[in-house]
Write a protein that binds this ligand. Structure first.
Ligand SMILES: Cc1ncc(C[n+]2csc(CCOP(=O)(O)OP(=O)(O)O)c2C)c(N)n1
Length: 301
């Protein structure tokens, strides 16, 4: 088997985030947010949910995962799955910033003649598995983790899931197997933004105490602020959190993070913004006047 080429990462002092690292990540996350905002025109995108997991995805790809176009086909690479596939604007925007995807293609978000259409698609290099239909990628990630264990590989299998997505029974079924097989190469990151589509999770089907539920399924759980790179760094570097246990990070996030006019707004989940609103949102992102928005959630897919 070909030897893995490690992804070059900025060095940190004593394993802590240096200011430089934080700054670099923040700048990248800001550019990712700009792409997401632009993708919310021309038909729209799941802007609120994409903004909630943007920082996590930037951190994971820049600092944690050993995956790059150099090793996409190497069986011993790290694997990443975006189970809440409707947040793919955050993922494809990160690929653009990593230089893996042509920025012009982001405009094809809602065009059927490009594989970039709507949800993660394996025809885009870097995507491991299709998603969009919720509740499936954890099972796939579990299967990959099991296979990697059999092969005695040292790679990491990471899956980002939605909190609302945890209402799918298949998630817990996959977890039962993952724990039974002691898959300590599997890391589940929950984008705990407190919403499932247009409703607060706790009003719909309450999840709390979520950490206890994962623990009851045999996992080792850590809770962090999903927008603070230093917390991510301090936590993810401890992976696996315990030998022979699945690791879970409950990342407390804010839906619409970065845009006060969208943050925590159930009615701004999937939105098709007008051109002038997009300009206002870009300004708002950079700390200027709050946008005056009239467009609201148009559809739940
Ligand atoms: C199997 C399946 N059922 C329903 C949907 C429709 N759907 C898309 S996103 C979503 C909400 C998921 O909630 P969560 O995972 O918390 O994502 P967020 O609210 O952050 O967008 C639903 C129900 C789907 N994509 N797949």
């Amino acid at each position: 088997m070909k030897k893995l080429k490690p992804v070059k990462k900025p060095k940190s002092k004593k394993g802590k985030d240096t200011f430089r690292q934080n700054n670099e990540l923040k700048k990248m996350a800001l550019r990712v947010r700009e792409h997401i905002i632009r993708m919310s025109g021309n038909g729209g995108c799941f802007i609120g949910a994409s903004l909630s997991c943007a920082d996590l995805i930037v951190y994971l790809y820049k600092e944690f995962l050993n995956v790059s176009p150099d090793n996409f086909k190497d069986p011993a690479r790290d694997y990443f799955f975006l189970s809440k596939g409707h947040d793919v604007p955050a993922l494809y925007s990160t690929y653009v910033e990593l230089g893996w995807l042509d920025e012009a293609r982001l405009k094809n978000h809602l065009k059927t003649n490009d594989f970039i259409y709507w949800h993660p698609n394996r025809n885009i290099p870097g995507i491991e598995f299709h998603s969009g239909s919720l509740g499936h990628n954890l099972s796939v990630a579990m299967g990959v983790a099991l296979d990697c264990k059999f092969r005695k590989q040292k790679n990491k299998i990471v899956v980002v899931v939605g909190d609302g997505e945890l209402n799918e029974g298949s998630m817990w079924e996959a977890l039962l197997v993952a724990s039974a097989k002691k898959l300590d190469n599997l890391l589940i990151v929950v984008d705990r933004n407190q919403f499932q589509a247009n409703l607060p999770t706790e009003d719909l089907i309450p999840l709390e105490p979520l950490d206890k539920k994962f623990e009851a399924f045999g996992c080792k759980v850590k809770t962090i602020n999903g927008h603070k790179f230093s917390q991510m760094n301090n936590t993810f570097k401890k992976f696996p959190f315990e030998k022979r246990k699945v690791s879970v990070v409950i990342a407390e996030t804010v839906r619409g993070k970065g845009l006060p006019s969208i943050e925590k707004r159930a009615d701004r989940w999937f939105v098709n913004f007008k051109e002038e609103e997009i300009e206002q949102l870009l300004n708002e992102l950079h700390g200027n006047k709050k946008a005056k928005l009239t467009s609201e959630t148009i559809v739940a897919r």
